[in-house]
Ligand binder design. Structure first.
Ligand code: ACO
Length: 329
């Protein structure tokens, strides 16, 4: 039986190609493996936007323009009243995005890319009674996001780790949030309208809302020896194991390894709790074993969100903000 958009050509794109059988992701002609090792987020953004605007910026120009866009959107945090700040983090960020210009030019696009990077740390700080930190336009998007989160400059390793995540999740074919955005954009509504649809689709726990619940799973399991029993009980109750399975991939999601590499590099400089990483690896092994047994005909492998949860936790983001960081990609 055909379900969802299986075998339906809903759109064509030059941006990325997802090969679900081989587990390969190609972004604008470059393999993900190549991009994560050799490109920054700003490089990839310039690549993705090449030819889409009459004045598409080069990678060097992108660093400057994105820095200016962060400064511009920061001003909207002043309008965040108590009611807005009291909302769940993603809802508050989405409400602020709704205040941005709904144009279709490059300035609108830059502000929409900058918005979650600025609003996420800004709202988190307001929620904990602290003043937002002004963006520093000379930093990269990844470095500035961490700077605005903590009020101090991140280490080069932390910046590289977040940058690698932003590159990894920058584009991925016609996933649910991209599809939602494209439906809205096809009506010629503005870019802010399309982005709001995308953020709303991203919010769901089966899509961009998965990494927070991944950490809940680790916390609930507690220690490696409880993994099999806890996960089996969850499956028996008909629950889904967060961070596993994918609509397109029938093999391991290549983005899971790209992000895991970032965690291992951070762990190498002592920035990841080794006990937490060992627990995650044990839970992953147990989950894959149980899923293979439960669904022998339906390969259910680790997806992007499993190690994303660990990475964002190690970088200091609270789990309620993980989906907002995804929206910044
Ligand atoms: N845990 C347990 N069972 C699962 C899981 C899982 N993680 N994923 C799929 N299944 C089961 C389903 O229950 C279903 O079983 P059934 O036929 O007995 O009803 C079968 O596998 C097929 O499930 P579908 O929902 O049809 O598969 P689909 O490919 O549409 O779902 C999805 C993909 C939504 C990602 C799913 O695997 C899932 O819910 N995963 C957990 C949430 C998650 O990690 N989401 C992040 C995805 S990556 C991203 O969005 C960036």
């Amino acid at each position: 039986m055909i379900s969802g958009l299986d075998d339906v050509v809903a759109a064509e794109t030059i941006l990325s190609d997802v090969d679900g059988q081989a587990g390969r992701l190609i972004i604008r002609g470059h393999s993900l493996d190549d991009l994560v090792d050799h490109s920054t987020y700003e490089d990839v953004l310039a690549l993705l936007w090449e030819g889409l605007f009459s004045d598409s910026p080069s990678a060097d120009e992108m660093v400057v323009l994105l820095g200016e866009a962060r400064r511009k959107v920061f001003e909207h945090l002043k309008s965040a009243d108590t009611q807005l700040v009291g909302q769940p983090t993603l809802d508050a960020v989405r409400s602020l995005v709704a205040r941005l210009p709904d144009g279709d030019d490059i300035d609108s696009a830059l502000q929409l890319v900058a918005a979650p990077a600025v609003f996420t740390p800004g709202i988190l700080r307001l929620q904990s009674g602290r003043a937002p930190v002004r963006p520093s336009a000379s930093l990269s998007n990844a470095a500035d996001m961490l700077h605005m989160l903590r009020g101090e400059l991140p280490t080069p390793e932390q910046t590289a780790a977040l940058d690698r995540y932003l590159v990894t999740a920058s584009d991925h074919g016609l996933n649910a949030s991209t599809f939602a955005a494209r439906v809205v954009a096809s009506t010629r509504a503005g870019l802010a309208s399309a982005t709001l649809a995308a953020i709303s689709a991203l919010k769901g726990p089966l899509h961009g809302g998965a990494p927070g619940p991944v950490l809940d799973t680790l916390d609930n399991i507690g220690t490696a020896e409880h993994a099999i029993e806890w996960l089996q009980r969850a499956l028996d109750k008909g629950e889904r194991l967060m961070g596993f399975g994918h609509r397109v991939y029938r093999v391991r999601d290549p983005r899971a390894d790209a992000v895991k590499e970032a965690i291992q590099r951070l762990a190498g400089v002592g920035r990841v709790d080794p006990k937490r990483l060992r627990l995650a690896e044990a839970v992953e092994t147990a989950a894959l074993q149980l899923l293979a047994r439960k669904k022998p005909d339906r390969p259910l492998q680790t997806n992007l969100e499993f190690y994303t949860a660990l990475l964002l936790e190690a970088l200091g983001f609270p789990r309620e903000a993980f989906t907002c960081v995804f929206a910044a990609c």
